[in-house]
Write a protein that binds this ligand. Structure first.
Ligand SMILES: NC(=O)c1ccc[n+]([C@@H]2O[C@H](COP(=O)([O-])OP(=O)(O)OC[C@H]3O[C@@H](n4cnc5c(N)ncnc54)[C@H](O)[C@@H]3O)[C@@H](O)[C@H]2O)c1
Length: 323
């Protein structure tokens, strides 16, 4: 219970270690330190000594450069993994075997079979595993899901998702750090597609110049189109349309958190979010609140390891189309 959790004594709160302190790991650490009732940030881990030390100093917690320290720390009941994507499945499996609940950033590794193994390992140990598909906690997408499930859209005919970044998340070769564009970026859209419409029967994909188009055919007969780019100069974009037999939903069409238009001599200027952290600010907080509530109550997270493995399988199918 979130409200009660906020009043718990520190020793009764769930101790969490954040593993991997790049941009998203530090964001999760800040949220855990201040915004997640029932949780206590217990430790931060990164192999870069200066980064671990500086983050720990900012947030007043223990730090180390070794994952094993988190796994043997009796203060740590749960892990938030935000290390490079290729390491995720192995880190989750080791975490579960050491008896820790795990929140793991997406994707759950780069291999669907290893992701499935990590999911099974958590399940067999009776531990929670949640994966960082934060869109499932975005207020716009949640409202759309409720309307679809409530029958307001009728039968879904077409799902269109637009998911664009201003630039790649890092310079240099992204493969060893994040995997393909499909595994890193479209994987969010594959998860959204399965969540909103159902299982996907067929995937066709094209990729050129940091840009991709993916066409989906769902088992229930609906169609889907996803467009991705890492070259949207105007900012971060995450919106969708769900076209159904009874009505059409536009999701996040006016998605700016600051929805102000400036009328100037040169035209109308508005402020789209610069990046995912601004667009999904509340979702990143709420997914961790949900995780901690699931650890406290023993209930299954809304998005877990099997969902992550399914999304990765679709990413692999897309990769094969452009190989
Ligand atoms: N859900 C989202 O919207 C979202 C957004 C950004 C990133 N991510 C995911 O989060 C992960 C991290 O992304 P990032 O951009 O912060 O990456 P990053 O490369 O900037 O940071 C990763 C950090 O992990 C550390 N690291 C490397 N090996 C490690 C190990 N064995 N144990 C612990 N830490 C280790 C690195 O030193 C680095 O500081 C990626 O998997 C990415 O896909 C998700």
């Amino acid at each position: 219970m979130a409200a009660a959790g906020a009043l718990l004594e520190p020793w009764r709160m769930i101790g969490v270690a954040v593993v991997g302190l790049g941009g998203i790991g530090r964001l999760h650490a800040r949220n855990l330190a201040r915004e997640v009732p029932g949780a206590r940030l217990a430790r931060v881990v990164d192999p870069i000594t200066e980064l671990a030390e500086a983050t720990a100093r900012d947030l007043d917690v223990s730090w180390s450069t070794s994952y094993d320290d988190a796994l043997s720390d009796p203060d740590v009941a749960a892990l938030v993994i935000a290390a490079p994507s290729p390491l995720h499945a192995e880190l989750v499996e080791r975490g579960s075997k050491a008896g820790r609940h795990v929140f793991c950033e997406k994707p759950l590794g780069l291999d669907a079979d290893l992701a499935g193994r990590a999911a099974a390992s958590a399940r067999e140990s009776g531990l929670r595993l949640q994966v960082g598909f934060q869109r499932r906690f975005d207020p716009d997408f949640l409202a759309a899901k409720e309307r679809i499930d409530g029958g307001e859209v009728g039968s879904v005919r077409l799902l269109r998702i637009t998911h664009r970044n201003r630039r790649p998340p890092h310079t240099g070769d992204l493969g060893p750090r994040l995997g393909s564009l499909f595994a890193d970026m479209t994987v969010h859209d594959f998860d959204t597609a399965r969540w909103l419409v159902g299982e996907v029967a067929e995937v066709t994909a094209f990729e050129a110049a940091r840009t991709a188009v993916v066409v989906l055919r769902f088992e229930n007969g609906a169609l889907g189109v996803v467009d991705n780019t890492r070259s949207a100069v105007y900012g971060f974009d995450c919106s969708a349309e769900v076209i159904g037999s009874a009505s059409t939903l536009r999701v996040g069409a006016r998605q700016w958190p600051v929805d102000v238009e400036r009328l100037t001599a040169d035209g109308v200027v508005s402020d789209p979010p610069a990046d995912h952290t601004r667009r999904h600010e509340t979702a990143y907080r709420d997914e961790l609140r949900h995780f901690v509530e699931c650890v406290e109550s023993g209930s299954e997270p809304a998005v877990g390891g099997d969902d992550a493995a399914a999304a990765l399988r679709l990413a692999s199918a897309a990769e094969r189309c452009v190989a």
